[in-house]
Design a protein around this ligand. Sequence first.
Ligand SMILES: [Zn+2]
Length: 276
Amino acid sequence: MTDTRPLVVVVTCEHGGNRIPPAFRRWFVGAEALLASHRGYDPGALSMGRALAAAAGTALIATTISRLLVEVNRSPHNARVFSAPMRAAPPDVRRAAFERYYVPHHAAVAQAVQQGLEAGARVLHIGSHSFTPSLDGVVRNTDVGLLYDPRRRREAAFCDAWLAALEARPVGRVRRNYPYVGTSDGLPTLLRRRHAPDDYLGIEIEINQRHPLAGGPPWRRLQREVAAALADALREMPGWRGAATVSRPSAAPGSARRSPAAAPQDGSHAATRAGR
Ligand SMILES: [Zn+2]
């Protein structure tokens, strides 16, 4: 079966940092440990996202605002968009955080997807995340998880190819839909509601945070291998025409856009544990 429709890749990072802008800091006094933990951000996800974007020849769309200020990886009416510190703040404070940081990130991602579709392409969206190595006393032995909707055959086929490429490389243990299912509420789930399975593929990669937290050459090597496995998988995808850069909307407040040439960096931070 031939499929000549081009494939465009959009790489995003929703939990890239734990920054609280000055205007909102008074609501986070005493929450420093929470912000530094996996509840505050995804250690390693930003630099992994840069490596994936570079492998796909695209710009990373990222936000480095803490998910505790506003959780951009939820649909807008999910009660968990706001953390306990923000729920203690007045409604206008929550509204300001939502409008300044949630809306622009969603708009930037939606626009990148829309641009690809309007150009006649099929869009593969990859969200870069990381998970805490130990949750509620349970140690998670998986190193890399790929989240997708098993009912969407193009997502399943792409993940088959990426998992096979990962298993051929020294990246440790890989699993499907771990440590979460790809259909739980988040940005890809929101975009799946807007776009047909033939138009939009929503994938999330989850890296075990023990790697970025340990840092050093092994972490840099893991990022290189995972990105190289992505390049391997893309070469097998119908419509993939190489790492051509597509034009993107300008940077939104709270968002960091990276050039395709940005090299993977050691993005580890001295956090306690980390996760979604
Ligand atoms: Zn995350």
